[in-house]
Design a binder for this molecule. Structure first.
Ligand SMILES: Nc1ncnc2c1ncn2[C@@H]1O[C@H](COP(=O)(O)OP(=O)(O)O)[C@@H](O)[C@H]1O
Ligand SMILES: [Mg+2]
Length: 360
């Protein structure tokens, strides 16, 4: 599957490698600096506080949610709040049970083990993890075939923090072994403004309130994107000799980078505009639409569509893709009667059979 990272885009939620260093400078270090996600923050703070009082390692924590919303940041905050060392690995890095055994057997008491993309771990490793999470014990298999023996090994108590963008892909037994699951939601524009204010302070940038609002509005509910757009605006202001960034500066900068007022990029807009100008708003099949914009079907489906659907600009119906009234309005094109009618009919069908289309 093509991920967002395969395509260079300012509004991709995936973090590129060279971005990580900058990101770590902007990461909040404790729970009180972590903006938004009030419910998760409150619940997590209770879990951590209780374990401090009981002088026990905290329950295992599962963090789920789309990329760029703060899962890695929260894992680091958990370690900091528990004053515990942090070990970082990820599902794709653990392909054999032995890889996991090596990590587990070297943990120290109270250590936080962060497993990113935990849904991508191999099956045998996953099964080893069950026992480790529940009984703090693993069986190390020595030898092969009939002569193989399992040597039990006790582990020091540790806290597993798992992160996943696809909670639905986690097997039930694994999900059940987490004492606490925090699901991260997209951020409101107001919350993103707070994220941006904090980052601007750390980067020593002067921006007024309207400037923050302008950037936040284009950030797709995602702190990672907000911070990235902020850096682009900073560059623009620097080159143009702007001292204090206002809404006009921010808008001019981001328009130049082709991120529009709703956070759509060039591909998103070309999908909508093909749908509207070439197919009268649809319905049109995905592959036809992809050809019309000169992209792979998969790119249109996995890169552009999720956000367009989330924003209520595009609908997936049994007969193809349709542009909603909001999409016509966003492109500034008047919606003809005929499009209103087809659109409305299709959405009735969709509402009756919604489950088929709710995924991704
Ligand atoms: N609640 C938040 N408050 C402030 N900054 C945040 C918040 N959530 C995420 N960020 C910023 O967004 C960037 C991406 O966050 P990260 O934790 O790496 O996301 P994820 O692991 O979910 O993909 C980081 O640089 C972090 O500083
Ligand atoms: Mg992460």
């Amino acid at each position: 599957m093509a991920s967002d990272a395969d395509r260079e885009s300012l509004v991709s939620a995936a973090g590129e490698a060279e971005e990580r260093a900058i990101e770590s400078a902007l990461r909040p270090k404790n729970l009180s600096d972590f903006v938004g996600q009030a419910r998760v923050r409150q619940q997590l703070s209770l879990v951590l506080e209780a374990s401090r009082i009981r002088e026990r390692t905290a329950d295992h924590v599962l963090l789920s949610g789309p990329p760029g919303l703060g899962k890695t940041t929260l894992a680091m905050i958990i370690a900091a709040e528990m004053n515990a060392p942090l070990r970082i690995s990820s599902g794709p890095a653990i392909q054999h049970a032995g890889d996991l055994a090596a990590i587990l057997s070297s943990l120290t008491e109270g250590e936080i083990l962060f497993l990113d993309e935990i849904h991508r771990m191999s099956r045998p490793a996953e099964e080893m993890l069950y026992m480790a999470m529940e009984d703090f014990r693993v069986d190390i298999i020595v030898g092969k075939g009939a002569g193989a023996t399992a040597i039990p090994l006790d582990l020091p108590p540790f806290t597993l923090v798992g992160a996943t963008t696809r909670a639905g892909l986690l097997p039930g037994p694994l999900r059940d072994r987490f004492g606490f699951t925090g699901h991260l939601e997209f951020y409101s524009t107001q919350e993103l403004e707070l994220v941006l204010r904090r980052s601007a302070m750390l980067l020593d940038l002067k921006i007024n309130s309207a400037g923050f609002a302008e950037i936040a509005g284009r950030s797709r509910g995602t702190p990672r994107i907000a911070n990235r757009l902020l850096r682009r605006v900073r560059d623009w202001a620097l080159v143009h000799g702007v001292e204090e960034i206002d809404a006009r500066t921010a808008a001019a900068a981001l328009d130049m980078y082709e991120v529009d007022a709703r956070g759509l990029d060039r591909l998103d807009r070309s999908v909508l505009s093909a749908l509207i100008t070439k197919f009268g708003g649809g319905p049109v099949g995905l592959s036809t639409l992809a050809i019309a914009v000169g992209e792979e079907t998969e790119t249109v489906e996995t890169v552009a569509e999720p956000y367009l659907v989330r924003e209520g600009l595009l609908g997936r119906t049994p007969r193809g893709r349709v542009a909603t009234a909001a999409a016509w309005a966003h492109l500034g094109i008047e919606m003809p009667e005929s499009a209103v009618r087809t659109g409305a009919d299709l959405f009735t069908v969709l509402a009756e059979d919604e489950t088929d289309f709710s995924d991704n």
